[in-house]
Design a protein around this ligand. Structure first.
Ligand code: MEV
Length: 447
């Protein structure tokens, strides 16, 4: 048996890594190696680019890349690329998009695009004195970071503010420099982090060489310099609205009123109950993450930010709101989204570049509005199902298809199985038994 621990793994070639890991951790190394390498891209140049995104790469992990068409957002029609492994999500987004296309579409707005970064430091001196020095410090920080900000300024962005926060009431001698940034169409993480590290070095130099400070106060301990993924002012809203009666089919106004009222209550429950809020917001992220991933944006950053925002008053709540006033149904999502449509992997990843092309090369702000609208559509579809048919009906069909495909069912069997399970609970064993019975009864259609 091969050793399960290793030194120098990162130095090995891709083939050697693959051989080692399959040899040490799989039952059939030859088969595992063949399977993992079967997912390598046939275009070696492309595969090298993909390998370069991360470390210790041995294979690619495919997830479906789908399209949700008919998204009308602020009057413009989009076909939205979504990368997601969960069944029903793209179908639900597509159905909500079509539904709202006939009712005025989605409306969306970006309130601001401010990004934030922090330098945390301990300083033993007198707080009032540091505040008095701060205008000079700020000038120095900007001057020292100018070589990093020049390009961004030319694009209309850069540092928009620097604040000194005294956190001494929470932790003795702790301060924070909080920088605000405009990063235009890029997510800007590298830009912000470089500027913050320059701020830290500049602060140290300033205090060290400040003649009016006593010696002990010339020493500062910088703990860390890093952007904040909590960007509450990088906020987008998306909403849909229509008269309550128009929510249903013509002639079924009473049903529409009932649905609207149940829908409003379901969103209200997600406002007041964190257990429901988590599931409700998860439904929103089914849509958001899929587009964020398809455009090679950072979905972990987007999630961290929005979940913090959802808990901003001390309790985790729904990110969406619903109201019915004067016969008008309005459903809105407010979500901070720090996204980029240039830079990062947006050009390097061939499918991200293709997604952005399909979306019409949006600016970062336009992408924020698209992503917020898809999140809202996903949330609308999920809650509407929950308060009407229940979620399982739609899920079961996809589940059935996955099982049938897994069991290698023939086309004729698939159709008959769909009809058979239309009003029955779908489980792996029930589908397997059904297929076995079919094969016994009709041996000619064995796969
Ligand atoms: C499943 O991925 C998402 C839902 O649970 C969302 C919700 O309950 O609102 C259906």
């Amino acid at each position: 048996m091969q050793e399960k621990q290793i030194t120098g793994f990162s130095k090995k070639s891709k083939q050697e890594k693959l051989r080692w890991v399959t040899g040490a951790f799989t039952d059939n190394p030859a088969q595992a190696e063949a399977e993992l390498s079967s997912f390598w891209h046939p275009d070696e140049r492309l595969q090298r680019i993909i390998d370069g995104f991360s470390e210790n790469t041995i294979s690619n992990f495919p997830i479906p890349y789908g399209i949700a068409p008919n998204f009308v957002i602020n009057g413009k029609t989009y076909a939205v690329p979504m990368a997601i492994e969960e069944s029903s999500v793209v179908a639900a987004a597509s159905s909500a998009a079509k539904y709202w296309m006939d009712r005025g579409g989605f409306h969306a707005q970006v309130h601001a695009t401010v990004k934030l970064g922090q330098v945390h430091f301990y300083w033993p001196g007198d707080s009032a004195r540091l505040h008095r020095l701060f205008p000079r410090i700020e000038q120095q920080l900007r001057q020292d970071a100018a070589y990093l900000t020049a390009n961004m300024e030319q694009r209309g962005g850069g540092i928009t503010g620097i604040e000194l926060l005294d956190l001494g009431h929470l932790e003795p001698h702790l301060y924070q420099l909080r920088g605000s940034f405009e990063t235009c169409d890029s997510m800007g993480a590298n830009f912000i982090n470089s500027v913050l590290e320059e701020f830290a070095a500049s602060l140290e130099r300033f205090l060290q060489n400040c003649p009016e400070l006593p010696q002990p106060a010339r020493r500062v301990e910088v703990v860390m310099s890093i952007l904040s993924n909590y960007t509450p002012d990088c906020l987008a809203s998306a909403w849909v609205e229509c008269p309550v009666e128009q929510l249903g089919e013509p002639g079924k106004e009473a049903e529409a009123r009932l649905m609207a009222e149940r829908f409003r209550k379901a969103v209200r429950i997600a406002q007041i109950d964190p257990y429901r809020a988590a599931t409700h917001n998860k439904g929103i992220f089914n849509g958001i993450d899929a587009v964020v991933l398809a455009t090679a944006n950072d979905f972990r950053a987007v999630e961290a930010c929005a979940h913090t925002y959802a808990a901003r008053d001390g309790q985790y709540r729904s990110l969406s709101h619903c109201r019915i006033e004067n016969g008008l149904f309005r459903f809105q999502l407010d979500v901070p989204l720090a996204l980029g449509s240039v830079g990062g992997l947006t050009k390097l990843h061939p499918l991200a570049a293709r997604s952005l092309e399909i979306l019409g090369h949006p600016s970062a702000a336009e992408l924020m509005m698209i992503v917020a609208s898809v999140g809202l559509a996903q949330n609308f579809a999920a809650v509407r199902s929950l308060v009407t048919t229940g979620i399982q009906k739609g899920h079961m069909r996809m589940h059935l298809m996955n099982i049938l495909n897994h069991l290698g069912a023939a086309e004729a069997d698939i159709q008959i199985a769909c009809a058979h399970f239309a009003d029955k609970v779908v489980s792996f064993s029930a589908v397997r038994d059904f297929l076995a019975q079919r094969r016994e009864a009709v041996p000619a259609i064995q796969p």
